[in-house]
Design a protein. Structure first.
Length: 200
C-alpha cells in the first residue's frame, strides 16, 4: 500500500511541475494517512476525499486548491499549513491546534472546529456556513470579508480578532444545533465584538 501511495505522490509532483502535461493528479478516497510521512510530499491541487489525518503533526504542508471534503484532522497539530481556496466542506478539525495557517477563500461549509485552537491564522474571505466553532479558541485571526451564516459559536473564545467590522455576518448560532439561538446581522456582529477580548 505504502509503495503504491508513494508512487501516486511522485506522479502528482510531476503533474504539478509540468502543469498537467505529465504525471497524474493525486486522487485519494477514504485513505488513512496516519502512518504515512507527508512532510516532503506535494499535496496542493489534490483530491483527498474522506481521508484521515487524525493525530498527525503537519508543518509547512501546502493543501492549496485541494478538495478535502469529509476528511478528518481530529487532534492534529497544524503549523504553517496552507488551505488557500481549498474545499473543506464537512471536514472535521475537532480538538486541532492550528497555527500560522492560511484558509483564505476556502469553503468551510459545515466544517467542524469543535474545541479547536486557531492562532495567527488567515480566515479572510472564507465561507463559514453552519460551521461548528463550539468551545473553540480563536486568537489573532483575521476574518475580514469572511461570511458567517448560522455559524455555531457557543462557548467560543475570541481574542484579538481582526476584521469583524468587514466580515459578512449574516447569522450566528450561540445555542446548539438541537436548540439554536440565532442572532442576525447587526445583532450578531455586536455579540462578536462584545465577546472579543483585546490584549496589548
Amino acid at each position: 500500500m505504502e509503495g503504491n501511495l508513494s508512487r501516486k505522490f511522485e506522479l502528482h509532483k510531476k503533474w504539478i511541475d509540468t502543469i498537467g502535461r505529465e504525471g497524474e493528479m493525486l486522487r485519494l478516497d477514504g485513505v488513512d494517512l496516519r502512518g504515512f510521512d507527508l512532510s516532503d510530499k506535494l499535496v496542493e491541487q489534490a483530491y483527498l476525499i474522506e481521508c484521515t489525518f487524525d493525530d498527525l503533526k503537519l508543518e509547512n504542508i501546502d493543501f492549496h486548491t485541494s478538495l478535502l471534503c469529509s476528511s478528518t484532522f481530529k487532534n492534529a497539530y497544524l503549523d504553517k499549513s496552507d488551505f488557500y481556496k481549498s474545499d473543506l466542506r464537512y471536514t472535521d478539525f475537532s480538538n486541532c491546534v492550528i497555527k500560522n495557517s492560511r484558509f483564505s477563500k476556502g469553503d468551510c461549509w459545515e466544517a467542524v472546529f469543535k474545541n479547536a485552537i486557531l492562532v495567527n491564522c488567515n480566515l479572510i474571505n472564507v465561507l463559514f456556513y453552519l460551521t461548528d466553532f463550539s468551545n473553540a479558541r480563536l486568537e489573532n485571526v483575521d476574518i475580514s470579508v469572511a461570511t458567517f451564516e448560522e455559524t455555531l459559536l457557543s462557548g467560543v473564545i475570541l481574542k484579538n480578532i481582526k476584521g469583524i467590522e468587514e466580515a459578512h455576518i449574516k447569522s450566528i448560532n450561540i445555542g446548539t444545533l438541537e436548540k439554536p439561538i440565532l442572532l442576525k446581522s447587526e445583532e450578531a456582529k455586536k455579540w462578536m465584538l462584545e465577546k472579543c477580548e483585546v490584549s496589548g
